[in-house]
Design a protein around this ligand. Sequence first.
Ligand SMILES: [Zn+2]
Length: 408
Amino acid sequence: MQVNGERLWQRLMDMAAIAPTEKGGNNRQALTDEDVAGRKLFIKWAEAAGCSVRLDEIGNIFVRKEGLNPHAPVVLTGSHLDTQPTGGRFDGIYGVLAGLEAIETMHEQGIETEHPIEIAVWCNEEGSRFPSSMMGSAVWSGVMPLSTALELRDIQGISVGEELRRTGQRGDLEAVPFPIKAAYELHIEQGPILENAEDIIGVVTGVQNMSRQQFVITGQEAHAGPTPMALRRDPMRALGDFLPRLYAMCAHNGEDAKITFGEIRAEPGSGNTIPGRLVMTCDLRHPDRMIYEGMVNAAYDIVRKACADANVDIEIEELFHAPGVTFDETCVSIVHKAAKASGYPYRLMSSGAGHDACNVASVAPTAMIFIPCRDGISHNEAEYAEPAHVEAGANVLLSVLLESSLVN
Ligand SMILES: [Zn+2]
């Protein structure tokens, strides 16, 4: 069974016709009139496809294809319809419209499923207008209190609560999880891995752990000329020692390990003064929590040892930490099986970005499916996915939804 790729592509383009930007992208930021126009268009399509529509108190939309057993736990899919101010036509929208395409294909083939299937449109995923990404799914899954979300304000001081009321997008349904058998989010990769490998389907096993560490290394300012090398307390000497060791430590942890030194500042920043202070960041990432924690500890040890050897002081502060998510083993294996059976080239991979699925994963068995996007570009008007890849991902989603919903 195959989806109608042309219909799905046409819907993506019809949705993109709402609030287009100059360079071929979209600007439908959360709960603007433009976002609401997109939501209404989707609801119109969903109702025409025989689905029922519910709206919850934080503006999440749930579109339902009834199951033979209406009391059976739901098989959930979906993503988001809001965009960045200079966003693309596929980020989020693809997952929502592919879910609808899968349901319509089932209807056309006369397929009844044991479990109900629902498509979630999570409100304010992008966090560009109201400053909190993945807001709707965070409230629904209990990660963020409803009252906090309703009080988030845009740059003009307008709150989420006010905009939900003004636009009629605040529903009666309580924003809490309902029984879910399995949840799947289909999304463009937003990175270059699939494209470079010439794979079409990404079986996403989780979202990587990440943190940003700040190193403040203090030595002593002194004149570049008269100060003997042996008597200097030079933070640069420590840097020269630990930098290659940190890269080696990262390489030792395999190709999924990432280390980035994105900011570095020597103070006072004068050409003939030995710097008294060095301030720098170290971004560390790995999909596996144990390996990730090992990397952080190893980095601390390496930096502290190098600083002690150079007779300089070191203070380390973790500026932020986003714990990783490991998706549900059964859900991942169902996606894996469907990808294999589809015949499309595929790979297992982790996500470099956060998604609503991370929040959903905290309350229900969850996995994700990726397709490539051109040059790995996203959050950009130039974002593009090949029609053949769009169709391929929707076919895999269709198999996965059938596998999870047909029988108990
Ligand atoms: Zn997205």
